[in-house]
Structures are given as C-alpha cells and as structure tokens.
Write a protein that binds this ligand. Structure first.
Ligand SMILES: [Fe+2]
Length: 217
C-alpha cells in the first residue's frame, strides 16, 4: 500500500514572543470567524490562510496552547496520520487537508516527507500501529526523509502524511494552530462541544528515569 506522505512549507508568518503566545486561548474546532477571538496569534494565522479557506464555513480551526519542559512530548508517541480512514487505507476516505503553524517553537512535529509503500496487513488499529513501528525503524535506518515543523511557517499536509511527536527542544509555551478542510459532514465538529484535550507525554530514557516512571505505566 502506497502513501504519498509529505509536509509542504509554504510561507513565513509573523513571529510572536512567549509573552504573547501564552495569552492565547485554544480553539476547539470552530469556524475561522469564531477562532479570531483566540487572540492576535490566531488572527495572524487566519489572515494568512487562502481566501477560499477563510470563506469556507466548513473549515475548522483547532489549536492547542501547551507548556512543555525540554524533553517532554506534546502528544502520544508514534507515527500516525490525522483523519485516516477507519480502514487505514489512504484511498478509503476523502482527502482532508490541514494548514498548520507552530508558534513559540519548543517542539517540532516530525513528518515523513517521502512517498513509501508498506505491507497490506489486515485492517484495524493494530495495522496502524504496525505500520507506525515499521516507519520508525526505516527512519532510524535513514531510509525515509523527514521534515520537522519549524516555528512560524505555514505548512500544508493531508491525511496521508505520517508524523510523530518529537521531544521539546526547550522549555516554554507552544501554540499549534491548524485549519482543517475537507472533513465529511459526519466527521465535522458538532458545533456544541468546547472540550479539547492537551497531552504531555514523558518518555524515560535512563535506568533511573525508568525506575521512577515505572509506577505510572
Ligand atoms: Fe497528528
């Protein structure tokens, strides 16, 4: 099975200091007009979107403000695709496009930036996990090119783009804002819920850290 996995870096965006980033309000999959209330960083992001996206009432803005220590992970570990089809096959769901930007830096999501093929395993969650582990091994062997999301750049990817969290390179605030376009009606936000999740993940690396972390597994 073939995936055309890529991250396209489009254009630089205004940069904001930590004192501004930390005052923004995370947005839970709301239309562009509503997300402007998130603060000046959200407004700068929305104004950088193509006009067709800004005018599309079905585009959802989803953002997470997060404070991380150097070495923390901003989400669960492992390669995955956003908005993959339930089957996991790239052709089984309409294309869902995302425009995203990282404000504040700190953590830089790693995308596989090359087409690749994987074995056609039986569908299900274990297939996604097995593919993710296979991709991590290939990346470790230097067989697949990767690109990390830099700070302050508008970037594009779709639901064939495999990516994973990377450990924070510095301590501070990070605001990841994305615009999502192309969701099927059944997968769009219900317009009611204001719940959003924030995930920090710590991965012990030394024997001492492993021992201290063991009770939390
Ligand atoms: Fe993701």
């Amino acid at each position: 099975m073939r995936f055309d996995s890529t991250l396209r870096l489009l254009q630089p965006l205004p940069r904001f200091p930590q004192e501004v980033v930390r005052e923004e309000v995370s947005q839970c999959r709301v239309p562009c007009a509503q997300a402007r209330a998130g603060g000046p960083v959200h407004r700068a992001f929305i104004e950088a979107l193509p006009q067709a996206w800004q005018d599309d009432p079905d585009v959802e803005i989803f953002s997470r403000l997060l404070w991380v220590r150097a070495g923390w992970y901003p989400m669960s570990l492992g390669y995955h695709c956003d908005w993959a089809a339930p089957s996991g096959a790239p052709g089984d769901a309409p294309r869902v496009e995302t425009l995203m930007a990282n404000f504040g830096g700190c953590t830089h999501t790693e995308f596989i930036d090359a087409p690749f093929e994987v074995d056609d395993l039986p569908p299900g969650p274990s297939r996604q996990r097995a593919w993710g582990e296979e991709l991590a091994a290939r990346v470790a062997r230097g067989e697949l090119r990767t690109t990390r999301l830099p700070e302050g750049v508008l970037a594009w990817f779709d639901n064939a783009a495999w990516h994973r969290a990377m450990p924070a390179t510095e301590t501070g605030w990070r605001l990841l804002i994305r615009a999502i376009r192309g969701l099927e009606p059944s997968r769009r936000h219900d317009g009611q819920s204001t719940f959003t999740s924030v995930r920090n993940t710590f991965r012990p690396t030394t024997p001492e850290e492993e021992a201290r972390y063991a009770p939390y597994r």
